[in-house]
Write a protein that binds this ligand. Structure first.
Ligand SMILES: Nc1ncnc2c1ncn2[C@@H]1O[C@H](COP(=O)(O)OP(=O)(O)OP(=O)(O)O)[C@@H](O)[C@H]1O
Length: 253
């Protein structure tokens, strides 16, 4: 697996030590003198599914943008696989390009339509290959965005609230789809979400970010597919909600 090293001036790195898909050491990011990420450490194993929770504004998207290589104004060390892809909450499709061209956008070389077709088939959108983005539903646009990430055959898939704007039913279907795609591909995933249930449903490990660092981590050892009616699921969910400062009783009140 080829590796990108984001190594700013002040960092100390031993780049050979790399059993992980993601290796972060002492990562710090400030905006206008305000430190948002503060000496963060994190390793993600190849093929591991990690979900990242945390209150609004705690730095989740900032971390994801750094891993995507979209923000390099950092201190510390970040090692990530070269093959990585991002899907954001807003699908960010180019309105003047048909769906299949959007899927192939930015890929090196001259990839053929068949490459997009296979990825669109995988996300159940093969029939909309020639559609214009404005004619897609929210769920379809999100699946097109996922197909665009998949054609990159990523070793690391970065998902920033990809289901946040979807209605409840579409969201459940999209979550299921991501779970299935991950099981088939065995790429590492970092999913930023506000939804504790989604995190427990999908992840091997759930992280809670606070104070610019990973303040808590919870391994999810439940077998898949997971059922939200499983009492162990409920217990994990309640524990994480408590970590986030939300009490389950208050939440349902
Ligand atoms: N380019 C920027 N310039 C200035 N401040 C920024 C910039 N990007 C992020 N921030 C600030 O950094 C903090 C963390 O933002 P970030 O988007 O990472 O939070 P988040 O945890 O993803 O929040 P949410 O859950 O609400 O999406 C916020 O206070 C935000 O205002």
């Amino acid at each position: 697996m080829a590796t990108d090293v984001h190594r700013p001036v002040s960092a100390t790195v031993s780049s050979a030590r790399r059993p992980a898909a993601v290796h972060i050491e002492g990562l710090t990011r400030s905006f206008d003198g305000r430190t948002v990420i503060d000496g963060l450490h994190l390793d993600i194993a190849p093929g591991e599914f990690v979900a990242l929770l945390g209150r609004s504004g705690c730095g989740k998207s900032t971390l994801l943008r750094i891993l995507a290589g979209l923000d390099r104004d950092i201190r510390g060390t970040v090692l990530v696989p070269r093959r990585r892809a991002v899907a954001f909450q807003a699908p960010r499709l180019m309105p003047w390009k048909k769906v299949w061209r959007n899927v192939l956008l930015g890929l090196p070389g001259k990839p053929e339509r068949g490459v997009a077709e296979r990825a669109l088939d995988e996300v159940g959108l093969g029939h909309r290959i020639d559609a214009w983005p404005r004619t897609l539903s929210g769920g379809e646009a999100q699946r097109a965005s996922l197909a665009r990430a998949l054609v990159r055959e990523p070793d690391l898939l970065l998902l920033d609230e990809p289901f946040g704007a979807l209605d409840a039913l579409t969201r459940i279907k999209a979550q299921r789809l991501v779970g299935e795609l991950w099981e088939q591909r065995a790429c590492a995933v970092l999913l930023v979400t506000h939804d504790v249930e989604e995190a427990v449903l999908l992840a091997d490990r759930v992280l809670v970010m606070d104070g610019g660092r990973i303040a808590h981590e919870q391994r999810i050892d439940l077998e898949r597919p997971r059922r939200i009616t499983d009492p162990r699921f409920a217990a994990l969910r309640a524990g994480l909600l408590e970590r986030l400062g939300v009490h389950a009783a208050a939440e349902t009140a």
